[in-house]
Design a binder for this molecule. Structure first.
Ligand code: NAP
Length: 453
């Protein structure tokens, strides 16, 4: 008997889950649901456009989608177009691989002043995300502060300061290019609440800043002081040592360019000030206390005020609540044990999680492969014992969507868009020219019988 599995979300954890299921269970069929028309989640809407190599993983996803036991339903939002309980009529089990779409908030006064942005919105803006592509971003000031020391901060800093002629050939949105061409931003402070040994940057990602030949990277000597616990962290862990060394090499750098990225450590943001728009951020300086690898900040009472024209909070992501599914408000994830969803201390049968919504917003794209394997292994172990869905045929799902007048995108539709984007990109000397709106999608699909290439 065929088993029917539904996956919610088409990012890496969704595709890796599909891959494992199709490989490990020959009787399983997989239907994937995606709220946007385009697949790949953060690979398409999160990765910085100047890192095209990272996006190459989509070729592997294309291969997974070629399996006849796989189907893609784009432009279908679970929770709006189809509920979880409706999905359980069509699927023996569901994997929620819906990632994290909401930014963590600083929770400080002034956070909502004009000129204050979340990294998520800026990343969406340059990646043509339907929600953020028209972000009203003002780049007329000179100084920006980015709060948080993770790889997303580096992506945002790079895109804001990279020469526009280097960005134009990428698949960055044309709206972003238009604004970046007029940008006056030339000084960025990347500010962390802990020290260089605790920064979450990956060494490779820090090294990408060196590609910005007209930008100086700077850090002052007294930012680099390490306490005994941090010295131990550095001594025990070569990757931490390499990060600290990266910063130590910057301390004697003399400023020669007008553009600069300054790294500031040991500062917690306590307020954003401004009359009608962001004008400065007030930080309290910190000491670190606690055991190595578990050091927390302790305020010193010393205040540091940094004037700026814009501020970006880049302090991580959290998941969205799905009706009927438990949610851990503190961690922003769906509570689970190895991918089995837990509600009030019990396993919620037939519902599983994979990816960031399962473990939190950490790890690179490849980490999702092992994470999805854990979830899929649990699901396949449970499958013989699970209650079966009643409508056991893909045609039933299609009928349901038609009856509700939901116009969905198949994977072949997506491939038409994909080819169109690449063709249009070629005409403009870009890797691809993004299709950003569903209206554009319908128009292209209407025309798709004509040949673009
Ligand atoms: P992240 O790596 O978790 O970094 C978040 C930063 O925000 C940390 O420095 C954290 O400091 C700080 N922070 C959190 N709450 C704060 C608060 N209330 N006030 C001040 N600072 C605060 O998050 P991310 O940069 O969003 O990245 C998410 C994941 O995507 C990571 O695994 C990252 O490696 C991955 N990613 C990878 C790439 C790539 O490989 N090219 C690119 C982008 C993202 P504490 O350490 O003190 O908590």
């Amino acid at each position: 008997m065929t088993h029917r599995i539904g996956i919610v979300g088409s990012g890496p954890s969704g595709f890796f889950s599909a891959e494992h299921i199709l490989r490990m269970c020959e009787e399983c069929e997989v239907d994937m649901f995606e709220r946007y028309f385009d697949p790949f989640g953060l690979v398409r809407k999160g990765v910085a456009p100047d890192s095209p190599k990272i996006r190459e993983v989509t070729r592997a996803f294309d291969n997974i989608a070629k399996n006849p036991r796989f189907a893609y339903f784009g432009n279908v939002e679970v929770g709006r177009d189809i509920s979880i309980s409706e999905m359980l009529i069509f699927y023996d089990a569901i994997i929620l691989a819906c990632g994290m779409e909401t930014s963590q908030r600083l929770g400080i006064p002034g956070e909502d002043l004009p000129g204050s942005y979340t990294a998520n919105s800026i990343v969406g803006w340059y990646n043509c995300h339907p929600v953020y592509r028209s972000l009203d971003i003002h780049l007329d000031g000179r100084k920006a502060i980015i709060i948080g020391m993770g790889n997303v901060s580096l992506d945002v800093a790079r895109i804001l300061l990279r020469r526009v002629d280097q960005l134009k050939p990428t698949d960055i949105s044309n709206e972003a290019i238009e604004k970046l061409e007029k940008s006056n931003i030339e000084e960025i402070y990347i500010v962390g609440r802990r020290g260089p040994a605790q920064a979450k940057f990956k060494e490779n990602e820090l090294l990408t800043l060196k590609e910005l030949s007209d930008v100086d990277l700077m850090v002052k000597e007294d930012e680099l002081i390490l306490n005994e616990a941090s010295k131990k962290e550095m001594k025990d862990n070569p990757s931490i040592e390499r990060i600290v060394t990266f910063f130590e090499r910057l301390r004697n750098v003399r400023r020669k360019n007008s553009k600069v990225i300054n790294f500031l450590f040991y500062r917690t943001p306590i307020r954003v000030n401004g009359r009608g728009k962001v004008e400065e951020v007030i930080f309290e300086k910190n000491n670190l206390v606690g055991e190595p690898y578990n050091q927390k900040t302790e305020g010193t009472g010393i205040i540091d005020t940094i004037p700026c024209d814009m501020v970006v909070a880049s302090i991580g992501y959290r998941g969205n609540v799905l009706p009927g599914i438990p949610f851990d408000e503190r961690r922003g994830i769906i509570p689970n044990e190895k991918g089995r969803v837990i509600k009030n201390g019990n396993i919620l049968e037939r519902i599983y999680v994979a990816g960031w919504i399962k473990r939190g917003p950490v790890g690179l794209i490849g980490h999702n492969r092992a994470d999805s394997l854990e979830t899929v292994s649990c699901l396949l172990e449970d499958l013989p014992k699970l209650e079966k869905c009643t409508l056991r045929n893909r045609e039933e799902v299609i009928r349901f969507l038609h009856n509700k007048n939901i116009r969905y995108i198949t994977y072949s539709d997506w491939k038409v868009i994909d080819e169109y984007e690449q063709y249009q990109g070629k005409l403009e000397g870009k890797i691809r020219k993004r299709v950003c709106s569903i209206e554009e999608v319908w128009e292209i699909l209407g025309k798709s019988k004509n040949c673009y290439t």
